[in-house]
Design a protein around this ligand. Sequence first.
Ligand SMILES: *Cc1c(COP(=O)(O)O)cnc(C)c1O
Length: 223
Amino acid sequence: MIAENVRSVLQKIAEGNPCGEKITLVAATKTRTADEINEAVAAGVTDVGENKVQEFTQKFDFVHGARRHFIGHLQTNKVKYLIGKTDLIQSLDRFELADELQKRAEKAEWAADCLLEVNIGSELSKSGFSYEEAGEAYKKIGAGYKNIRLRGLMAMLPLAGSDEEKAALVRKMRALFDALRAEDAGCVHLSMGMSGDWQLCVAGGSNMIRLGTSLFGERHYPA
Ligand SMILES: *Cc1c(COP(=O)(O)O)cnc(C)c1O
């Protein structure tokens, strides 16, 4: 089932987004076993993302052949466990985290590829830079944190709202992404889209989607 789901999504995104860019599928693997994740990788998944540090480290040695993303809220006291282990940290959501990442990465002589997370729906329940401050923050981190390499933007759409409202938020993110990319060739990823909204995100110019349920089925959390 996992393999079929992966192949079906890969087929749907094969033509790229309307901006003519390749779309990267990131499997969001929270609650999934290493065996399930390896099944997805065998079917063509190239990138996997965990959103809890504990799950990331527990499964790290048992998942093979995929780029590792961290996609969840990252506490500063857990940064040390990710140093040298991630290909992309998608959830750089505050300066305090950038400071800690810079300090630890520099000590390890490593550079952390990251996306700046934007709270595009201005939701109290979500972290991230506000849309208004994101451009300045991106430039500040890009210029002043030499062991952090910013590679683009990440955002999550609000669950509530009409498709038109969501599409407008995607267009806003794409506009910010294009503005930053015009000044920085390293700005390449716009990571937007989960199981419930990825088609809409891709239509608006997202080039990276993070899917859990569409690939693995409904999540069951232990009671
Ligand atoms: C779980 C998760 C996803 C995927 O969610 P689905 O709705 O299951 O596709 C994407 N991004 C982040 C940050 C997540 O934690």
